[in-house]
Design a binder for this molecule. Structure first.
Ligand SMILES: Cc1cc2nc3c(=O)[nH]c(=O)nc-3n(C[C@H](O)[C@H](O)[C@H](O)COP(=O)(O)OP(=O)(O)OC[C@H]3O[C@@H](n4cnc5c(N)ncnc54)[C@H](O)[C@@H]3O)c2cc1C
Length: 485
């Protein structure tokens, strides 16, 4: 059946974030005609928040004397996921991520440092390549190159449906910025809509947790799982760990740069809604693991209870753990006193002269909280945590006033999605590639098992950028052999 199109391209890229733009630049570089459809009024998606991306044996690492081998990285992904990750996807990414660094540098990116996220985190690989202006600037560079190469970028143009003919993808239906339906023909469609972190129903459906509505999305507002649904509608197979989320503890109403929020995830003394200490707070060194902890708790929150000595320590000496480069590990939380006052005034932080008075304010039995604090302080003085075996940061909570900061599940991204092959082609439920259909970035599954690997920092954005251009290469190669895409 012949279908009428309003306009046609060789490649239609759905989603104008990191993966989509990387794909568009590479495809246009191959001489293909390319359109990028972006749902939001601006490009960028969650990628615009990223600080850096992972690579292995990159020239930026080598010139800094950083020795992270591809073998080591491959092993890290596989072991961390209990070999649940897809070896072929991991291998493709590990092998090509260093080339992404070269490609971004050719566009004008300047890499200022290659670092870890948390100095104290055991076994973290030095893979986080931080460009000047962070990833937001890399996105600007990619957009400029895409436009220079003639890529047509349509903002406020959500794709709604993938069109197929005889099992082959032939285009998409979208809604243009005037609200009109537009039918766009394509020899290949590459879907990079950034996962479903902004879709509470999908979060509940796919993830291990049922607190999707409570999760605070700090990433792209457009990441509602559209691409996944469109791919399922044409027969795509779900990746087995589609429910993998990158959670982290965050205060409701605060941003990732907030110093009160940073105080809230320090590995000090965390209690659940009943006032009981709830974990080994050392998990705060890996915010993804701390995110899993908070999502699992009754009510999906914990209180970080700190005293004035800890506040002073955070201000004068610096924090034990940061949040990416939004708050650096060791940074002095100089805004904390003023922010605390404002947050107390706003009713999102509580203060009491005694532990019991604080407990009353947060709705916890004062006797329970006082007993927990007493026991914890005893363990701190003894230097031995006999409850959760924390070996560091055993700081007693003893000098009032005392503060309680409520930490809830924040969500950065979802990382599972569609099953793809090593060329980023979407696999159908029979195990065969759907001709002409590709999935990249957070929509594509395979790099992760049931949790994000923060010990290889920069994995998500690294994969987004790398999978984007790898998909474009495959599309270009296939289009040179007519009728094979
Ligand atoms: C605060 C924060 C910090 C982060 N820091 C890092 C970091 O330092 N390193 C790292 O590796 N990762 C980091 N990440 C994660 C990383 O940014 C993302 O995982 C990755 O860059 C996602 O790229 P993507 O292309 O898959 O999705 P996105 O960049 O989110 O792009 C998807 C795009 O698709 C659009 N879209 C959605 N639906 C449609 C539709 N129907 N039609 C058209 N367009 C649509 C969206 O609006 C969006 O613009 C961070 C995330 C956050 C939130």
């Amino acid at each position: 059946m012949t279908q009428e199109f309003d306009v046609s391209y060789d490649v239609v890229v759905v989603g104008g974030g990191g993966s989509g733009l990387s794909c568009a630049v590479q495809a246009a570089g191959h001489g293909l005609s390319v359109a990028v459809l972006e749902k939001m009024p601006q490009l960028g998606g969650s990628s615009a928040f990223a600080e850096g991306h992972a690579a292995f044996e990159s020239d930026e690492q080598i010139k800094r004397g950083i020795d992270v081998t591809k073998d080591e990285a491959f092993r890290a992904y596989m072991d961390y996921s209990h070999w649940h990750a897809d070896s072929a996807i991991v291998s493709r990414f590990v092998d090509n991520a260093a080339t992404t660094i070269v490609k971004m540098r050719e566009l004008g990116a300047v890499y200022e440092e290659v670092i870890v996220t948390a100095e104290d985190q055991p076994g973290e690989l030095v893979t986080w390549h931080i460009p000047h202006g962070e990833v937001a600037h890399v996105l600007e560079l990619m957009e400029a190159k895409a436009r220079e190469l003639g890529v047509e970028i349509y903002l406020e143009t959500p794709a709604k449906e993938i069109l197929t003919d005889g099992g082959r993808v032939i285009g998409v239906v979208a809604t243009d910025s005037d609200g009109e339906e537009v039918r766009i023909g394509a020899k290949a469609v590459v879907v990079g809509t950034g996962g479903y972190a902004k879709n509470p129903a999908m979060l509940d459906k796919f993830s291990a947790w049922d607190c999707g509505a409570q999760m605070i999305n700090v990433g792209g507002e457009g990441n509602e799982g559209d691409g996944l649904q469109m791919m399922f509608d044409v027969g795509a197979k779900e990746w087995s760990s589609i429910g993998t989320l990158l959670l982290f503890p965050i205060m409701r109403g605060k941003t990732v740069t907030s110093h009160t929020n940073a105080a809230g995830f320090q590995p000090y003394f965390w209690v659940n809604r009943d006032g009981k200490r709830c974990t080994n707070e050392i998990c705060g060194l890996n915010f993804g693991q701390a995110g899993d902890i908070v999502a699992n708790l009754p009510g999906s929150f914990f209180w970080t209870v700190i005293d004035q000595t800890q506040v002073d320590h955070l201000v004068n000496d610096g924090c034990e753990v940061g949040l990416g480069i939004y708050v650096r590990t060791g940074e002095k939380l100089v805004n904390l006193p003023a922010e605390l006052e404002a947050d107390i005034e706003a009713g999102i932080v509580f203060r009491g002269d005694t532990v019991e008075a604080l407990a009353e304010q947060i709705g916890v039995d004062p006797a329970v909280l006082a007993a927990e604090v007493d026991e914890y302080n005893g363990m701190c003085r003894a230097g031995k945590d006999t409850r959760f075996y924390k070996q560091k940061y055993l700081l007693p909570v003893e000098n009032g006033p005392f503060y309680a900061i409520k930490m809830e599940p924040g969500i950065m991204i979802t990382m599972g999605g569609i099953k793809i092959d090593e060329n980023m082609q979407v696999i159908d439920t029979s195990g065969a590639p759907i001709p002409g259909l590709y999935s990249v970035g957070c929509d594509a599954g395979g790099l992760f098992g049931d949790s994000y690997i923060l010990t290889v920092p920069g994995s998500a954005n690294g994969f987004a950028l790398t999978s984007g251009w790898l998909a474009a290469d495959h599309v270009a190669a296939q289009l040179k052999q007519p009728a094979t895409v």
